[in-house]
Design a protein around this ligand. Structure first.
Ligand SMILES: Cc1ncc(COP(=O)(O)O)c(C=O)c1O
Length: 284
């Protein structure tokens, strides 16, 4: 049996139902999070749930649970599903009401859905590196909100998939922003460069953890916008995200990055990131 949460209730997945006039279904009017689970334990769980609360606030939605309450609901779901390695997904929409662009009145409660999924660590691509395409970033100007509206991301990711690539690196004109489903950083002369956390990118929890590791380890980094030229002359490129951890990108738009192999700074970050996971969740 697979358990899910719908509106606070733990149910068998086959019994879970959401109304056809749910605003998430009709408008993408909601926010979500994905948290990594290793050895049945959430990694950076509270950080994700605080970002969820921030995303909700930014779209003027009030969540019925605090991050701490949600954390324990997620622990309950992980344990019921006996999840070892995978992810827990949750979303809140602005609830169910007759279709209208205007927000529903105060008595309409958000719809809360959560489920777990088994997802292995992508060990092989993390070892060998992945390829990426370039694509114009056509998304809206509030990419800092982890909203259910992902069409721009999907169109880019689909292009990448059709080109046999793992990721689409997005750019607004000459400026690189992030990936379709991950943050993108470059390394030049030993310095990591990653777009600043503003409205053009999602401030990834993995990105933040990587920067914290850099601070602790004395690895130099800059948070600033960088150009397509800097990307194409980078020594190393890596993608970071909840399910992909620190993923070396070894080819961009058909051209090898550096010598076409995962670089030494990326390798070091992968090792340090794994140490951090193991500190929180045990050996992986
Ligand atoms: C557009 C985008 N940027 C960045 C990320 C990485 O964020 P995180 O490290 O919190 O998973 C994601 C992950 O889903 C994403 O969809």
């Amino acid at each position: 049996m697979e358990y899910v949460i719908v509106d606070g209730e733990v149910l068998d997945r086959t019994e879970a139902k959401v109304d056809i006039e749910d605003r998430g279904y009709q408008f993408g009017d909601g926010v979500y999070e994905v948290i990594r689970v290793y050895n049945g334990k959430m990694f950076t769980g509270i950080e994700h749930l605080k970002r969820l609360a921030e995303s909700a606030e930014k779209i003027r939605m009030k969540l019925p649970y605090s991050p701490e309450e949600l954390l324990s609901r997620m622990e309950e779901l992980i344990s019921k599903n006996e999840l070892d390695t995978g992810t827990v997904y949750m979303q809140f929409t602005r609830g169910t009401s007759p279709r209208n662009h205007v927000f529903p009145g105060g008595n309409v409660a958000p719809t809360f859905v959560a489920y777990t999924r088994k997802v292995a660590r992508p060990v092989d691509p993390m070892e060998k590196g992945v390829r990426a395409i370039l694509d114009e970033d056509i998304r809206w100007l509030r990419c800092d909100i982890k909203s259910l509206n992902l069409l721009g991301n999907l169109l880019s990711k689909q292009k990448a998939a059709e080109a046999g690539c793992f990721e689409a690196i997005l750019h607004r004109g000459e400026t690189v922003t992030e990936g379709s489903h991950s943050n993108i950083s470059i390394v030049k002369d030993g310095v990591i460069i990653t777009h600043q956390a503003d409205n053009h990118i999602l401030n990834g929890i993995t990105r933040q953890k990587v920067l914290e590791i850099c601070r602790n380890e004395g690895i130099p980094f800059e948070e600033r916008a960088y150009t397509l030229d800097e990307l194409s002359s980078a020594d190393e490129v890596f993608s970071s995200g909840t399910t992909v951890e620190v993923m070396p990108v070894v080819e961009v738009a058909g051209k090898p990055v550096g010598n076409g192999q995962p670089g030494t700074v990326t390798r070091k970050l992968q090792t340090l990131f794994k140490t951090e996971i193991e500190r929180q969740c045990g050996n992986i």
